[in-house]
Design a binder for this molecule. Sequence first.
Ligand SMILES: Nc1ncnc2c1ncn2[C@@H]1O[C@H](COP(=O)(O)OP(=O)(O)OP(=O)(O)O)[C@@H](O)[C@H]1O
Length: 260
Amino acid sequence: MILEVKNGYYGYTTDNLLQDISFTLGEKEIMTILGQNGIGKTTILKCVTGILKWRQGQTLINGQSMGSSREAQKQIPIGYVPQAHGLSFPYTVRELVIMGRARHIGLFSVPSKKDKIIVDQAIDEVGITSIRDKSCTQLSGGQLQLVFIARALASEPKVLVLDEPESHLDFRNQFIIINLIMRLVRERGLSCIMNTHYPEHALRMSHTTLLLGQNSYLFGRTKEIITEKRVEEYFGIKAKILPVPYKGEEIKAFVVLDNI
Ligand SMILES: Nc1ncnc2c1ncn2[C@@H]1O[C@H](COP(=O)(O)OP(=O)(O)OP(=O)(O)O)[C@@H](O)[C@H]1O
């Protein structure tokens, strides 16, 4: 196990938004977090990455508390990909990705040759070399999402944390992002935590799922968590989940029947 959250509580007011959240993330595992708008998915990611501090409970990295051990953070660096909104400052793609090297570059230093190689590798890995000198203000939503993923990769993370990376993208681009994340886990050996609004994406790509409800949550193997009954209970949606054989594997098709 590479990362663990133990009994996490968080609230923006005196009330707790998140209560007693616990889960584990294994090596080369993808975990998805599902739940309705405003339920607390982004807040969980911010607490996991240390942007927000758990009110109670903790994030453990390799068994060590992340808050108290800088060594643990160095051993298992976390790359964060926030929800991609448009940028108002016209950085080029390469300039934005170089920002991912911030923790490796001294305060008054300039990027080294090694930094630049790692940045170009990250740009290449997500397939945006042809636009690397373009201004980020001129990119499509899908391209900008790839730039944010490249920026996180440039930090050489062991764990990638992504906030709804496929939201606001068209059908094909959603799938390109999903495939990219699955490839990064397979080939780079990363582990990944990802928020999504799509149960079918969770079924397709994740090993484990945290299903967040108003005052409760479920965590476990994705195929055991995302069932027709749970989708009805947590989303108010009647759906069928059907097995579809493809390339020697079984993909789960998700068919929405009705809302209730
Ligand atoms: N900085 C903040 N200060 C006060 N309340 C906040 C803050 N950020 C988020 N909230 C509130 O906390 C709740 C959870 O927000 P969060 O963004 O974690 O939800 P989410 O599940 O990620 O939503 P979505 O699916 O719409 O992105 C919401 O009611 C939101 O309004």
